[in-house]
Design a binder for this molecule. Structure first.
Ligand SMILES: [Fe+2]
Ligand SMILES: [Fe+2]
Length: 229
């Protein structure tokens, strides 16, 4: 298990230890220029609940980390807001960037492999948008309805748990396909950039799914029990 951060660690040390946390930190409205301030100080200055911030970054750093103490203490609304910002990041940055990098890669090479990669990615992209839309249109509004005390009876945490699919495995399949079978007719730098972008999205998606499956869904289930649903 890698290092677990607490509120007295400096925010800079968190970034130095994992640069992929930068977009995660940005989702809280936190931006660079930390000097030697602690995580707690920076969170307070930005109106962010430190324990929630730590739960999110530590879950990112350590796949087995779960904020056991006070797990139920986080507001489901707060978690949904964070997950919604993450969706925005995927839709407005990660996917358009991967689209762009894929075009560059495909245009730099030839052969059946390129057509296959494009087809695979196009299907994945379709599935990706359907997954995000389903959460934005069904699960998140349901969670917000529960928070507001007027539960929308057409959905349940169990529905989410039973139907929630995995988005990162297919990205790993795509990376595998490229690394093992691509004919060497492409531009090296474009291919490397594309693979790194896939890898970064895959990591972020794993963390995102852990928050949805292991933090949000159990909290919502608990709230359902409390409300007698
Ligand atoms: Fe999601
Ligand atoms: Fe999801």
């Amino acid at each position: 298990m890698s290092r677990v951060f607490d509120g007295s660690s400096t925010m800079a040390s968190l970034v130095f230890s994992e640069y992929n946390l930068l977009p995660v930190i940005n989702r809280f409205g936190i931006r660079l220029g930390f000097k030697d301030k602690t995580i707690e100080q920076v969170c307070e200055e930005n109106g962010v609940e430190t324990s929630f911030f730590l739960a999110i970054v530590n879950t990112y750093m350590n796949p087995n980390y779960l904020p056991h103490s006070g797990l139920i203490g986080f507001s489901p609304g707060l978690i949904v807001d964070y997950l919604h910002k993450t969706h925005d990041y995927y839709l407005n940055y990660s996917i358009p960037r991967i689209d762009y990098l894929l075009d560059g890669l495909v245009n730099s090479g030839q052969g059946e492999g390129m057509a296959l990669i494009r087809k695979f990615y196009r299907e994945y992209r379709h599935e990706f948008f359907a997954h995000i839309s389903d959460e934005e249109e069904n699960f998140f509004p349901y969670v917000r309805s529960i928070v507001s005390g007027k539960p929308n009876a057409t959905y349940a945490a169990r529905t989410f748990e039973q139907t929630h699919t995995n988005l990162d495995e297919k990205l790993s399949d795509l990376r595998n396909l490229i690394i093992k079978y691509l004919q060497p007719t492409y531009d090296d730098n474009r291919c490397n950039e594309f693979l790194i972008a896939l890898h970064n999205l895959e990591d972020d998606l794993k963390d995102h799914a852990r928050i949805e499956d292991l933090i949000l869904a159990p909290i919502v289930e608990q709230v359902e029990k409390d409300l007698g649903l």
